[in-house]
Write a protein that binds this ligand. Structure first.
Ligand code: FMN
Length: 218
């Protein structure tokens, strides 16, 4: 695909079909994403691609936690400040206020999608060392963006979701991730279920007005 086509398709997919993703495609995506820039070429990341039986077991245990109302406890929440400044808070509040609107009061679609891990057929768990500067979180974000754009170019749908790192001990267990790494983010991958209502473009949220985020200084 042309770059702008790939970029224009970067919308999240909240329901994937049961079609598996070829292992070679997954490896190709991550191998290319490794070319992403990082501070002093530190490449702080590791990528654990969880699929098949490991992923099914992981999903089952996550569902148990949800059923038992276990409070989410992401690794980043324990290491980074959880306080938001008023600017992103207001943006999130605006989204929160309109989410039922975007979802046409079908918030159960949104919740079910998250609770079933979007039926993702592969989940890329992205980690950095437990002892990391904030720069490494920035680097990990760049890597995540590279993975998503490359995956879209391969015809896949992508689903970055912090809800999939809510129970890091389960991710560690099934992803075979060492204790000294932080489970930063997860990207669900698979083929978009075009018939699923939750994927309907009518749910795509808008962005802030350009003038609000951009300032040209001369
Ligand atoms: C770091 C990060 C975490 C996210 N976590 C979730 C999540 O847990 N559940 C979810 O449904 N969407 C999640 N999203 C998706 C955002 O809600 C979505 O990107 C945003 O609303 C804009 O929608 P769009 O990407 O389809 O344009 C996450 C996105 C990012 C970048």
């Amino acid at each position: 695909m042309e770059f702008n086509d790939v970029y224009d398709h970067e919308r999240v997919t909240r329901k994937f079909t049961n079609r598996k993703v070829n292992e070679k495609v997954l490896a190709r995506i991550v191998k290319k994403a490794q070319e992403s820039p990082s501070l002093l070429n530190s490449q702080p990341w590791r990528i654990y691609m969880v699929t098949e039986n490991a992923l099914s077991s992981l999903k089952r245990e996550v569902k148990q936690q949800l059923d038992e109302n276990v409070k989410p406890h992401e690794d980043f929440a324990t290491t980074l400040s959880l306080n938001w400044d008023s600017y992103p808070s207001q943006n999130m509040a605006a989204v929160g206020a309109t989410l039922p609107y975007f979802f046409h009061n079908k918030m159960d679609l949104f919740k079910d999608a998250n609770d079933t891990m979007f039926n993702a057929q592969a989940v890329a768990y992205l980690t950095i060392p437990r002892s990391s500067p904030a720069w490494s979180v920035f680097d990990l974000g760049i890597l995540a963006q590279s993975i998503m754009l490359l995956a879209i170019d391969e015809g896949l749908g992508v689903m970055p979701a912090h809800s999939m790192v809510a129970y890091p001990e389960i991710v560690r267990k099934y992803g075979q991730i060492p204790e000294d790494e932080l489970v930063g983010m997860a990207i669900g991958l698979g083929y978009k279920d075009k018939l699923a209502e939750v994927n309907d473009p009518k749910f795509f949220p808008e962005r802030l007005p350009f003038e609000k985020v951009y300032k040209l200084v001369k």
